[in-house]
Design a protein around this ligand. Structure first.
Ligand code: MG
Ligand code: MG
Length: 280
């Protein structure tokens, strides 16, 4: 694989990505605090929007052609790209929220999945486990990036984590194959592709300046999805639940830093013996 200079940012460019990352994290914190039965997905979107515009940033989702909202909100069998609106959250719903801020031309991108308290205890516990497994696979992928030589090692770590979880739970998890992570920088979506599963071509080298949005999308059943009639929402064919976690992560001279986590990922990387280093 040839060295592609455009994939690797300068230290100054990485520094410019810190603030949009933190604003993105703050927007999702605001959404998380709001999630409860009776709240609409549109209200979640408004909370994220208030943070992003209040900090002088723009929603980069609104810069995607034809999209008018600040977030994507995907509920239950919807995995990603759900459109926020009048849908009312019910006890036990599993809700994925994806958001991003652009500030001074640089982008952040992150997603969380939360289970609304209440509902059928067995179903709610299964949904919380799905979210936890997806979140765990994200951190396994981020931890792998810390010592990876090639981008494709991330997908190997994500898939390995999901497979171990499925074996220990005696269940099935599907990793979406039609949707992937990506590079991030001046544009929310840049090269390279970040697969959430094993691939033969391990892709570009991991070097200082690489900035990736890692985002496993996992179901409690088959990985097969379809796009709903709204032309956006990605929903499971078998009706199984979906979960989506995402962080934007920078590789720099002295290590990695999770741009969309207030602590740079320190707490979640500690079990892997990885200590994130702030971007100097
Ligand atoms: Mg995203
Ligand atoms: Mg993304």
């Amino acid at each position: 694989m040839a060295f592609r200079r455009s994939l690797y940012k300068t230290p100054a460019q990485l520094r410019a990505m810190v603030e949009p990352g933190l604003i993105t994290a703050e927007a999702l914190d605001a959404v998380r605090a709001l999630i409860a039965p009776g709240v609409t997905t549109g209200e979640l979107d408004a909370a994220a929007s208030a943070v992003i515009t209040g900090r002088g940033a723009e929603s980069n989702f609104q810069l995607v052609r034809g999209y008018r909202h600040t977030t994507c909100v995907s509920v239950n069998d919807q995995v990603v790209h759900g459109i926020p609106g009048s849908r009312v959250l019910e006890p036990g719903d599993i809700v994925s929220i994806d958001a991003g801020a652009q500030l001074r031309g640089w982008n952040g991108d992150s997603a969380i999945t939360i289970v609304v308290p209440g509902g059928d205890p067995v179903r709610t516990a299964a949904r919380e486990r799905l979210s936890e497994v997806t979140r765990g696979s994200l951190w396994a992928g981020i931890a792998a990036l810390a010592s990876a030589r090639r981008v494709g090692e991330i997908g190997d770590a994500v898939q390995g984590y999901i497979e171990r979880a499925a074996a220990s739970d005696g269940g099935e998890y599907g990793i979406l194959r039609d949707y992937v992570g990506h590079g991030i920088g001046r544009k929310m979506h840049e090269g390279p592709t970040v697969f959430n599963y094993r691939v033969d071509d391990l892709g570009p080298e991991v070097r200082p300046g690489l900035c990736l949005a890692i985002e496993p999308m996992v179901t409690s059943g088959s990985d097969e999805t379809f796009v709903e009639d709204d032309d956006w929402t990605v929903t499971t064919v078998d009706g199984s639940d979906g979960s989506h976690w995402e962080h934007s992560v920078a590789v720099h001279e002295s290590g990695i830093w999770v741009l969309t986590a207030a602590d740079g990922g320190a707490a979640d990387l500690a079990p892997y013996g990885v200590t994130p280093t702030p971007i100097a």
